[in-house]
Each structure stands twice: as structure tokens, then as C-alpha cells.
Design a protein around this ligand. Sequence first.
Ligand code: MG
Ligand code: ZN
Length: 372
Amino acid sequence: MRKFIAALSLVLITALWSASYGQCGSGCCATPKVDKIIYMIGDGMGVAHVTAYMLENGYRPINLDRAQTVGLVKTHSANNRVTDSAAAGTALATGHKTNNSVLGQDPDGNPLESIMAKAGKRGMGTGIVVTSYLTDATPGAFYAHVGYRGEHEKIAAQLAESGIDVFMGGGAHSFNERKDGVDLTEKLAADGYHVVFDFNDLSGVTDGRAAGFLTREPMPYITDGRDENYLADATAKTLEILTNNDKDGKGFFIMVEGSQIDWAGHGNSYENIITETKDFDDAVGVAFDYADSHPGTLVVVLADHETGGLSLVPGDPDFTKAESGISGAFSTGGHTAIMIPMFAYGAGAEKFTGVFDNTDIPKIMESLLFGE
Ligand code: MG
Ligand code: ZN
């Protein structure tokens, strides 16, 4: 009987191993099968930002508590130990360091190809969801190649040419109020995109290509009126469309940004850090749930850098007494050089435990996704 149980256990363990590590044929392979990646960037989200949301939520579990592995990531750029979002986004998208303010090219001006562009070339679905504007540095790092991140109309034209299947966010004016008179939203519609200016107009769209220009300017903070379900709903909608498009099982690569955690850090607004981090964490929950029900999905959540030098300080420094309140204390209105936290979930999550450089992250993803 004992032998039988031992044999049965072995069969079960082998079956579980195969289920979690994909089609390995008769033997077992060390590399898990990953064909769908959800890359989630909380702009400016340091450990303190996540902790602030955890403690303001009364330590009830948040979605990031579900992470299966965690890591730490160094963020310096090619020319500054304190990075900006352009250089950091370029590192996270292409695996190469560049100078601050440069997007999608190296310090000498040579273009760098992003993992999203490579996925698109392989026939995989692609998508971008942000809460800022579509031509901002973080999304731009995945499709644009410019020497200066402020060239919004040039960046917008590069997005319209990128072939990315689904994208949504703010900043419509760089597309349809351009100095060159070209209306890129009309061009995209002519190219077959479902073009909308209100997120609710995507409710009936379940496949194909979609472009959402949801505000003329950058989207507002949640505390200034942005729909508090937008980022989670937009993430779910992008996953729905790309899943329905994926008839041949090639998979997809999407990037979801909690853009305004950074702005709250710049503004030294503890209140907006809580609401924007919660908003991002809600979208993380959508991604983790998707990974639960869709084998081969990897979710990696990280930041591009820390913003604000946030600390969580007690009302009374005498910690032998009971708590007298905690407040968010900022040490700068800019970015800092502090390592950022990374959380991974789903297929291949075990590859993201340790201490990394930001350029390592897309390289590991490429080895999982493309086998390179
Ligand atoms: Mg950003
Ligand atoms: Zn910033």
C-alpha cells in the first residue's frame, strides 16, 4: 500500500509539474511555457508607496500581496544615477540603458527595438493602457524612437504607425490637433481601428483593433474625477480583445501603466499616492485573475523609479508608546535613486526573484516569450 501511495504521489507530482511548466514532451523542461505577458509599470512606485496603500487599507490583503515572487531592481540611466521615465522606460522596454529624456534609442541616436515591437513582428497581439497620455515617456518607450521625450506630435505619429493592436489613454490633441494638420485618429479609423473618445464606447468592441483617445489632455487624477474603475476595466477590455483575436494561440504582450503614482510623488500628495496606487493595484488584480484562468500568462509588476523619496513617519518618534499616527514625508519633488520593488505572478514568475538591473527584465521576458 505504501509503495502504491508513493507511486501515485510521483504520478501526481509529475502531472502537476507538467501542468505548470507547459508542454515538455516526455521529459521535463526547466523553462516554463510563457506566451502571454502583462507588464505592469507603476510609474514612481517605490516600496513606501505600496506600503502606504497597505497600511491605509488597514493591512487587509491587497492584490500585490498575492505576488508569487518578488525582486528588487536598480534604475540608474546611462548618464544619471537618478533616472527619468524616458531612460527607465527604454531600459524596461528594450533592455538597453540610454540618457535621460531619450526614448527608444541609445545615447548615440541608434534606434532600439522594444520587446512589444518584437512580439508584434512575430504575429503576437500587442496593447498599451495608461492613465496619463499615450505619448508620455513610459508608453512611448515601447513604440517611439526620439531624442527628446517632449516631441509629442512626432511620438504620436510613431504610435499611429506602430501596428500596436489596442491602446488607450489621454492626450488626444497630439493626434487630432496637430501642427501638420493631419488627423491621426482618422488615419487609424481608415486603417481599421475602432477609434473611440469615450471608454464606454468600447463596450461592444470584443475583437479587432482599438484606439481610445479618452481625454484631450492627460487624464486627471482620480481625486479630480477620473473614473476609479477605468484602469482595471481598460486592462480587462484589452485582455478580452487580444484573447479573442488570438485564434492561432501565438499570445500577446501588453503594458499597463499606473502613470499618475509618479505625479502624486512629484506633487508630494500622500492622498493621491494612496488613490493612484489603489487604482493600479486594482488593475493588478485583473491581471493576476487572468493569469489564474489562462495558463502561460506571466504578470510582472514593477516601477520605473521611485518618486518623492517617500517615507512613512510616525507622529511621535518615541516608538515605545502606542502609535500616534503616520504621515507621508517626502524628501524631494523629483525622482530618487532608490531600488524599486518587483512582483511577479503566473508562468515563469520564479525567474523574477533576486536583485536585477532594469535592463535585465525585458531580456528575461524575451527568453521566456521567444526562447532567445
Ligand atoms: Mg510614466
Ligand atoms: Zn516623474
